[in-house]
Design a protein around this ligand. Structure first.
Ligand SMILES: Cc1cc2nc3c(=O)[nH]c(=O)nc-3n(C[C@H](O)[C@H](O)[C@H](O)COP(=O)(O)OP(=O)(O)OC[C@H]3O[C@@H](n4cnc5c(N)ncnc54)[C@H](O)[C@@H]3O)c2cc1C
Length: 386
């Protein structure tokens, strides 16, 4: 084959870029990242809302965030690029006792694992954050002030730029069309530019991950799911610094974006599939939730041409699938982030680099996120998904 690499990474989104960064940081130089698009960010990464949070329900997701958010806060020191980290917080608002107890239990767990800035709020506290809220049914909430937002493109670019400086290579406009295996061991990839031999191949193909896994003869339970976002036109009168506000009664949530808002809501009828068209009917549904929670939002204006859709990569238990394939030696997964791939990209890069180079990691118990968990009956459902 024309080219050899120590590690081939398929996909140059935020996850592939972080893995390249962490591998080269650990001294692995011959890293080749292969991206079929002519520029980075055209997969899920460029479509993301950029939210980062440690307010999860499971230990492993909390640990992924406890590694990742401080990393994103110091990103410029590590990469020379800004991450755009804005610690404006995530505020979950409960409208019934069940949700409030859920927040109470989660926040105790988050604190026990070392999260310092999470606090439970009373309805009065929440009204102070956004006085325009309709709060008659709000029973309380949970706010973590180090949660917030980043600029996903800038993080992706920063990871990749530093990896390239340290000797990694990025092939753009190159599609991986096959994965070579020999006696259930990876030996390289076939690309639109020819073959590359490599003892390690990492699947970082985002929503396309199960198709890439199939190239190695492996079943990977990851499905694409369309997700739509609605930016609004400028809206006066909002506080200067607003957290991501999550209405737990509907799942509708929003954050500031420029002078307006960026709104999201998981449509319950959405079915898995490769769809990135934006459905204009979604605007009306989201605006109904918006006006129900903040009556002033009845005046929100939306230009449908500025709305967009991308794809989540859903795993069966809404946790990432990280680590080596039990069926093909040298084939690694960094997939199935279920809407958390931007915020968990730093931990993912570190974990994958650890597993590839040392066979173990101290960031999490790697068994929790390996693919065997599904066959073993060890899936761990994350319920705090948006
Ligand atoms: C609307 C929306 C909002 C979101 N909001 C958030 C959020 O607030 N916070 C958060 O953490 N996450 C969020 N996410 C999820 C997040 O965007 C993803 O988890 C993350 O971007 C995944 O990154 P990735 O690198 O794995 O995938 P991608 O960015 O999709 O990159 C995969 C890359 O692989 C390439 N590729 C695929 N197949 C091949 C092949 N055969 N050969 C070569 N290249 C290939 C693709 O071209 C693509 O560039 C959101 C997602 C969407 C759609």
């Amino acid at each position: 084959m024309a080219r050899t690499a120590d590690v081939v990474i398929i996909g140059a989104g935020i996850v592939g870029s972080s893995i390249a960064f962490h591998l080269t940081q650990a001294g692995c130089k011959n890293v080749l990242v292969i991206e079929r698009e002519t520029r980075q960010g055209l997969g899920s990464t460029g479509k993301s809302m950029g939210g980062v949070r440690a307010q999860f329900a499971t230990d492993v997701n909390i640990r992924m965030s406890l590694y990742s958010i401080p990393f994103l806060a110091r990103f410029e020191e590590a990469t020379g690029h800004p991450s755009g980290y804005k610690p404006h917080g995530y505020l979950f608002m409960a409208t019934n006792d069940w949700h409030m107890n859920y927040l109470r239990k989660n926040s105790a767990r988050q604190k026990a694992l070392g999260l310092k800035n999470v606090e439970l709020l009373s309805p009065d506290d929440i009204r102070k954050v956004l006085p325009q809220l309709r709060s008659d049914d709000i029973v309380g909430g949970s706010l973590c002030s180090t949660d917030g937002f980043v600029d996903p493109e800038s993080v992706m670019t920063g990871f990749m730029a530093r990896a390239l400086q340290r000797g990694a290579e990025l092939w753009r406009g190159t599609q991986v069309t096959g994965i070579y295996t020999d006696h259930a061991t990876v030996s390289g990839v076939l690309t639109s530019q020819g073959g590359v031999s490599a003892p390690v191949v990492v699947n970082a193909a985002g929503p396309w991950a199960s198709g890439v896994a199939r190239m190695a003869g492996v079943d990977l339970p990851v499905q694409p799911l369309r997700r739509m976002l609605i930016p609004t036109e400028p809206f006066p009168g909002l506080p200067e610094r607003l957290p991501m506000m999550i209405d737990m009664s509907t799942g509708w949530h929003f954050r500031q974006e420029g002078l307006g808002l960026l709104m999201a809501w998981a449509h319950p009828d959405e079915q898995p599939g490769f769809r990135t068209d934006f459905d204009p009917a979604y605007i009306e549904k989201s605006l109904t939730h918006a006006a129900a929670r903040v009556p002033d939002f009845v005046h929100l204006a939306v230009n449908p041409k500025r709305c967009w859709a991308g794809m989540y990569s859903m795993s069966p238990d809404h946790h990432a699938i990280l680590g080596s394939s039990p069926d093909v030696r040298g084939f690694y997964f960094a997939n199935g982030f279920s809407g958390h791939g931007v915020m968990h990209s730093p931990a993912t890069g570190r974990i994958l680099a650890d597993l590839i180079l040392k066979g173990e990691t101290s960031v999490i118990d790697a068994r929790d996120l390996n693919v065997q968990r599904f066959a073993d009956g060890r899936a761990i459902e994350e319920t705090a998904i948006l």
